[in-house]
Design a binder for this molecule. Sequence first.
Ligand code: NAP
Ligand code: SF4
Length: 681
Amino acid sequence: MSSPTPYPHLLEPITVGDLTLRNRLVMGSMHTGLEDHPWDLPKLAEYFAERARGGVGLMITGGYSPTRRGWLKPFAAEMSTRLQAMRHRDLTERVHEEGGAIAMQVLHAGRYAYHPFSVSASAKKSPITPFRPSALSTKGVDDTATAFARSVALARKAGYDGVEIMGSEGYLINQFLAARTNDRTDHWGGTAERRMRFPVEVVKRSRELVPAGFPIVYRISLLDLVEDGQTWDEVVELAHRLEDAGVTVLNTGIGWHEARVPTIITQVPPGAWRSMTARLKAVVSVPVCASNRINAPGMAEDILARSDADLVSMARPLLADPDFLAKAAAGRADEINTCIACNQACLDHVFTNQHATCLVNPRAARETSLVLLPLPEVPARPPRVAVVGAGPAGLAAAVSAAERGFAVTLFEKDDAIGGQFRLAMAVPGKEDFAETLRYYGRRLDVLGVTVRLGIEATLADLALFDDVVVATGVVPRLPDLDGIDHPSVASYADVLSGRVDPGRRVAVIGAGGIGVDVSTFLVHDPADGFDDWMAHWGVGDPAVHPGGLTERKPRTPLREVTLLQRKHTPIGIDLGKTSGWAHRAVLKQSGVTLVSGVTYDRVDDDGVHVTVDGVPATYEVDTVVVCAGQESVRGLYDDLVSTGNADGRWLIGGADVAAELDAKRAIAQGTRVAASLPGGR
Ligand code: NAP
Ligand code: SF4
């Protein structure tokens, strides 16, 4: 008999300790920033309540420090007193009311702390924080292990269904485990066996303070991806000791934050690390949870069906869509708003001191302030809304307005939805962006939005609507440059859409996000597969190479690219905090020539003529690709407001402000405008 669901393994309950989870999906820990202040806890409660309603089996909070010194930043989340625990009771109750289960993560930042009171195994500064930690005294280590256990006990008092002890990603526990960061000679260091004592002691003491059935998840680092990281034998030995000490589940982590191998961003092949989880599962007896770069129910099902893991953790995909599991279970996986692994609104926010949210779901962690209220009652004729332009801003506005109950018509002059996102999809490593368009396309269909493709809306068309949202987007900017009409010149849109096939030698004018993306596109060898990706980043077998790092295999760029900008700043410096370094590294590995401080003189048959620091230079190239930003297209909006009332006329996305337009701003603005539509006009 065929299975009634394509995800039988994902939907199968599992019992961990005394806790039965309704399915195998875990929402992994993701710090939102709402953890840090008591006054934000009601918002955090609604964030988790919405996801509990969406059916996920277990959720894990962002990290709570067991001590002040373990804070991620000044006054960051902490769980060390009864008062702090009691403040969480409303949150855990809200989750339970919605049928969910939630575990609290205990995380000591160690040398990743962003404050001058940080401590670690040894006084070694991390390359990603400005503060040198003090080495904990022997007694200090002992006290910290006790503090971890106290946090665990307090989490139980707060109503949490379990805890996760953060032992990966390079935080304090990981710092004890690796020779890289632990050069102690006392009880807590000196040999691999002694370096393992701290995490084992943390788990042992925690177990002593909570009943045997209370789930203690331990997040173990499978691949440190740093020099002098752990060997595979050490990882396995640690896993066995943790089992003996009383862990209930081993969750898995890949790569320290300071690792120079990307582990979760778009360019990482989906499911890249599952084989490491399978390797651990084969040698332990407690359930093992897979994590990192898994974003689709089909992938999760496959991991479980092949017994690579017993549970699958996704953090960002649950920010992107709180109903991920419910949709998969209901046979509506094609309506899942997929996380595109961009990091732009989640981790980039966290690492720049802003509250996390999600590029494709601006309601994430804004559940109480960005509300899509349904229209009060179903009137005989729902208010009509026209949205003009089906790029990210227009799509977000159309879908959000339709979700509220408006009758929406979406006009798009091209013959497909997507706008600039269709170009982004063509960039190597950004293939997942196509999922966002699949999501919007399907939602438009399900919500009954009238989609009119290949139509340039006129004032007459729009006169029939109560509200008009203009999202007519942008056009690539053509700089005022002698020779800009030379046949060798193309825009990024020409190149990414395939209208122009660039030659072997290319100059790229403009090094913003798109200039970097286009350069990556130009050098990328489409024949590169999964093994090449691993080899280019130097990922090796940790059984042979400690930390899983080996020599990098050089790339063979498809073209010779020179990337130019007028600013004197390093190229790519303004890219996302958590992904920019990887994009810059790909350019470097691919031999792209980066030139800042350029003045453009002209383009002619010889190539691009520039002046750099007063010295003229010519780059002899076959093609010049212009990535010099965009200009707003807002003629329609201007006509609308000049011929009538500006009331009910909205301008969003790149048509509103082209400068530094990105999908994060566009989707958020489209959603907010839809949320604010009054109805009943
Ligand atoms: P952008 O970031 O504004 O960069 C365009 C660059 O072109 C400017 O940095 C500017 O640098 C140069 N430029 C501007 N006017 C020029 C002129 N008249 N002549 C020559 N050069 C000129 O725009 P974009 O690269 O098109 O990206 C658009 C948006 O998408 C941005 O917000 C970007 O962050 C986002 N995006 C992000 C990513 C990502 O990885 N996070 C990827 C793609 C796009 P100089 O003046 O210094 O030369
Ligand atoms: Fe995923 Fe990007 Fe949303 Fe983060 S911001 S959850 S990476 S889609």
